[in-house]
Design a protein around this ligand. Structure first.
Ligand code: AFP
Length: 336
């Protein structure tokens, strides 16, 4: 009798068998992400020993200082995605413009978006960081180079999304056609093993995760809504606060424990801080698939239509009831 958990490769191969017309290209993309995340995990775990802590001295397209580990992680994922031969375009936090891949030798049927190392400013302090990614179906003609139209799609059209957290263990969480599943890296085997099948976000939770250092930059409505979520006036129990400062780690805890993660718009960042295409979008897809919710405060993140690769958005992510309650509380009063 088989007692060991399924490996990620076994899981994806079995899933592919549910689609007799499948070519195997999607499996290659998923395996590419898994390999890339394993390589990044290895380097993050040894970051203090090598040359990969600290900054490169460069700024990315968004003006942020690029950490050495950002550059390494981006190069790793670009290489693994390109080598699948199944991808026609790549968009990344670290790329000013997309990588467009040729139709030869094989036209890639998919496009890939990713934040290669989310929370990278935490690497130097051994705080958990991660990778976030999403996969779309190609839209451009197959005989051409892939293009930006393959990437700028609403998150609702994602066909898969996932993230890896490089923390006390390395876990890869995937939203696939049949639900959300978590795979923990067994370092002795070098394999991801199915550890969290069919993950569901609890309908409500006790934790609130937000950088309250920004409180004085928030609108009055946001300040009031956060205060009410922290300690409801109707006598419901007060919430407890947790904030890592790596979106992927805060999101992973929220997926497992329930509650609310917030990064609202503020006076310094009126469009929000987080990126729609490769941070909020894939996480929204994954949370909704797991029974949770994600909104920008006005509409579901899944319905947003990215106009550029690096669009930003406010993000309210978590348990369905908690997200709905915050959205209700934070509505700006109508001006007369
Ligand atoms: P870095 O990649 O520069 O560390 O930024 C991380 C991040 O984009 C996201 O992972 C966090 O949720 C968010 O920023 C934290 O931002 P604050 O430091 O403003 O709270």
């Amino acid at each position: 009798m088989e007692t060991r958990p399924l490996t990620l490769t076994e899981y994806i191969t079995r899933s592919q068998q549910a689609f007799p017309q499948a070519t195997g290209a999607f499996t290659l993309v998923m395996q590419g992400f898994a390999l890339g995340c394993k390589i990044i995990s290895r380097e993050v775990n040894a970051a203090g020993l090598g040359q990969l802590i600290g900054l490169t001295g460069r700024r990315n397209v968004q003006g942020e200082i690029v950490a050495r580990m950002d550059e390494f992680s981006n190069d790793t994922l670009v290489k693994t995605m390109t080598r699948t031969g199944a991808v026609c375009a790549i968009g990344s936090e670290e790329l000013a413009v997309p990588i467009r891949l040729p139709a030869s030798p094989t036209p890639g049927e998919y496009s890939a978006v990713f934040d290669p190392l989310d929370g990278s400013s935490n690497v130097d302090y051994a705080v958990p960081v991660g990778t976030i990614f999403g996969v779309y179906r190609r839209r451009s003609p197959r005989e051409q180079l892939g293009g930006v139209e393959d990437l700028l799609q609403p998150p609702r059209d994602l066909i898969a999304a996932g993230y890896a957290v490089y923390g006390s263990s390395t876990i890869l969480v995937l939203a696939l056609h049949d639900g959300v599943h978590g795979f923990t890296l067994d370092p002795s085997l070098g394999e991801f093993l199915l550890s969290h099948p069919d993950m569901k976000v609890p309908p409500r939770g006790k934790i609130l995760s937000v950088n309250t250092g920004n409180r004085f930059l928030w609108s009055d409505a946001t300040q009031r809504a956060v205060a009410e979520m922290e300690k409801p006036r109707d006598g419901k129990p007060a919430r407890t606060m947790r904030y890592v400062g790596s979106l992927v780690a805060d999101a992973h805890r929220t997926l497992l424990a329930g509650g609310l993660f917030l990064y609202p718009a503020d006076a310094a960042q009126p469009a929000g801080k987080l990126r729609l295409l490769y941070e909020a979008g894939p996480l929204a897809f994954l949370f909704e698939k797991a029974g949770g919710a994600a909104t920008d405060g006005v509409r579901p993140i899944l319905d947003r239509d990215p106009k550029t690769l690096h669009d930003r958005t406010p993000l309210i992510l978590g348990s369905r009831e908690d997200v709905a309650r915050f959205a209700e509380l934070s509505v700006e009063p109508a001006t007369t």
